[in-house]
Ligand binder design. Structure first.
Ligand SMILES: [Zn+2]
Length: 221
């Protein structure tokens, strides 16, 4: 699904299997955001294929956080050119849980080793400027990505349409999540692209959604 000339969404809409939404930014460096589960990666492959993009064409993978339903398919790129980036705090948490991750999920963390860490501030990729916004609460190293030129905000699992991220997973924190959502609500956003569920399009709808989260959902976290 094309959102703007350079921004594409591969939304996950199955009601029976969990996976995240994946986003793709086209340009001199092709960027994939949250590749999702390996077992469900076909839907991303299909979306890229329709755009004439091969996995080997991807230059950068940005992970909004380190949960397996967002990053597992990073391992498919280990022999390709793509660089991988994540916030250091989620990588540290993953390293702390390395044994469990290996025994429960059969994943080898070495296949996910980031090439660089994301931190608050501007990320310049040729002509593209993305703002990385550290947004802890769902996980300690969750980030949101704001693209000022397109007024687009990719939130990972910080917030959704009519919902907020879980805070009961390792490193989750309700107070931080509220602060993160409050900070993101100040941005000028025409398209909000969450880690799960539908997009929110139109500035009024985005504002209304933030208001609803603050007024209704905040009392539960
Ligand atoms: Zn998550």
């Amino acid at each position: 699904m094309q959102i703007t000339p350079r921004l594409h969404a591969f939304l996950w809409d199955s009601m029976t299997a969990n996976n995240c939404n994946t986003y793709f930014i086209d340009g001199p460096t092709r960027i994939l955001i949250d590749p999702g589960h390996t077992a469900h990666f076909d839907h991303v492959l299909h979306g890229l294929d329709q755009l004439g993009v091969d996995l080997a064409d991807i230059g950068l993978i940005i992970c909004t956080h380190a949960h397996p339903d967002h990053i597992e398919a990073v391992q498919l790129f280990k022999d390709l050119q793509a660089l991988t980036a994540i916030h250091v705090q989620d990588w540290s948490l993953a390293k702390q849980m390395e044994e469990q991750i290996h025994s429960l999920l059969k994943l080898n963390l070495d296949d996910f080793a980031p090439d660089f860490f994301l931190s608050d501030g501007e990320l310049h990729i040729e002509d593209l400027v993305l703002k990385v916004i550290h947004s802890p609460g769902h996980s300690p190293g969750s980030i949101a990505l704001y693209w000022p030129e397109e007024e687009a905000l990719i939130t990972g699992d910080v917030l959704f349409e009519e919902g907020v991220g879980r805070t009961d997973l390792p490193g989750g924190n309700g107070k931080q999540l509220k602060e993160s959502i409050d900070a993101l609500s100040q941005l000028n956003v025409a398209t909000l692209l969450p880690g799960h569920g539908p997009l929110i399009q139109g500035k009024n709808n985005v504002k209304l959604n933030f208001k609803q989260l603050q007024q209704v959902w905040f009392q539960y976290i």
